[in-house]
Write a protein that binds this ligand. Structure first.
Ligand code: ZN
Length: 272
C-alpha cells in the first residue's frame, strides 16, 4: 500500500492536471453517486489533498469527494476524451476541456459537504499527518507522552494512523533504523535523547521521501534523485536484508513486527 509521501505526490499530480478548470464531464460508476454528476458539471476543483492515505477532492460548490484506494485503487491522468487501456473498472472520471483524472478499481468513494468532512469516521480517527507542515517535533513528542501511546511498542505504534497519519511499512523501518531502536521499544522506556531522535525521524524521513523519492531521475544528479536541502532519500534498511549496514557493516536482517515484514540492523538497533 502506498504511504503518505506517495499519496501526497499523487494529490500534487492530480491537482496540477485539473485544478481551477471547469469540469465538462463527470462520471461516477456507483449508483449512489450518480446525482452528483449533474451537481458537479461546470464546477471546478478547488483543491486535492491527502490526509493519511485518503484523498480529498474539494469542489467549488461546497462538496468534497472522499476516496480511499485501499490496496487496489489507482488514479490516472489522461488527455480529455481518452481512456487508458486497462482491465480495471473506471469508478470516477473528472474531466476538464483538456485533461481528465480517472479513478480505477477503488470502492471507497463518498461525497460529503465540505464543511462536514472532518466528521468523516476515517478522518476523525486519524492522528496529525506527518506531511502537514504545521506539525512540528514538539507536537510529535507530546503525542509520544500521551497515555494512549506511551506504553505501546513502536513496531505497532508507528503503523497506527491514529498516532501519526501517513506512516507505513517502509517508513517504519527507516525511522526505527534512524532512531537506532528495536520495534519492541516503547516510548516510556526511552531516554530524552532517544525520544528526541525518534521525534525528529518521524517527521524528517517522510518529508525527505516526499520531496525526493520517486522524482524523475536526472542523469546529472547523484543517485538519480533530486536533492532536497542537500539530502536525498534512499532505503537504508527496507528490503536490504543480507546487505551490510551503512553504519556498522553488520548484515541487515528481515524479521516480522505487527504481522508485517520489518528490516533492521541487529547491531545498531539494540534494546534500550
Ligand atoms: Zn548497523
Amino acid at each position: 500500500m502506498p504511504e503518505g509521501p506517495e499519496i501526497h505526490r499523487v494529490a500534487d499530480r492530480l491537482a496540477a492536471a485539473v485544478l481551477g478548470k471547469p469540469l465538462v464531464r463527470v462520471e461516477f460508476a456507483f449508483p449512489a453517486l450518480k446525482p452528483y454528476e449533474r451537481k458537479l458539471r461546470r464546477r471546478a476543483i478547488e483543491s486535492i489533498s491527502a490526509r493519511g492515505k485518503a484523498l480529498l477532492t474539494a469542489f467549488d460548490n461546497g462538496w468534497t469527494m472522499y476516496s480511499h484506494n485501499q490496496l487496489y485503487g489507482v488514479w490516472k491522468v489522461a488527455p480529455a476524451g481518452e481512456r487508458p487501456v486497462t482491465t480495471r473498472s473506471l469508478r470516477v472520471a473528472l474531466e476538464t476541456a483538456d485533461t481528465a483524472i480517472l479513478l480505477y478499481s477503488a470502492s471507497d468513494v463518498e461525497m460529503w459537504r465540505s464543511d462536514a468532512i472532518e466528521s468523516h469516521p476515517f478522518l476523525a480517527k486519524l492522528g496529525p499527518d506527518v506531511l502537514d507542515p504545521r506539525l512540528d517535533a514538539a507536537a510529535v513528542a507530546e503525542r509520544l507522552r500521551l497515555l494512549a501511546f506511551r506504553h505501546r511498542a513502536l513496531g505497532g505504534l508507528l503503523l497506527d494512523q491514529g498516532f501519526l497519519a501517513g506512516l507505513g511499512n517502509y517508513l517504519r523501518a527507516e525511522i526505527l533504523f534512524a532512531a537506532r531502536l528495536l520495534p519492541t521499544a516503547r516510548p516510556c522506556d526511552l531516554t530524552t535523547a532517544q525520544l528526541r531522535t525518534l521525534t525528529k525521524a518521524c517527521l524528517a524521513i517522510p518529508r525527505l521521501s516526499y520531496a525526493t523519492r520517486g522524482v524523475e531521475p536526472k542523469p546529472h544528479m547523484h543517485g538519480g534523485y533530486q536533492a532536497h536541502e542537500g539530502r536525498m532519500f534512499h532505503f537504508r534498511v527496507f528490503k536490504r536484508e543480507g546487505q551490510p549496514c551503512e553504519r556498522c557493516g553488520t548484515p541487515i536482517v528481515k524479521t516480522t513486527s505487527d504481522s508485517r515484514p520489518l528490516f533492521l540492523c541487529p547491531r545498531c538497533q539494540a534494546a534500550s
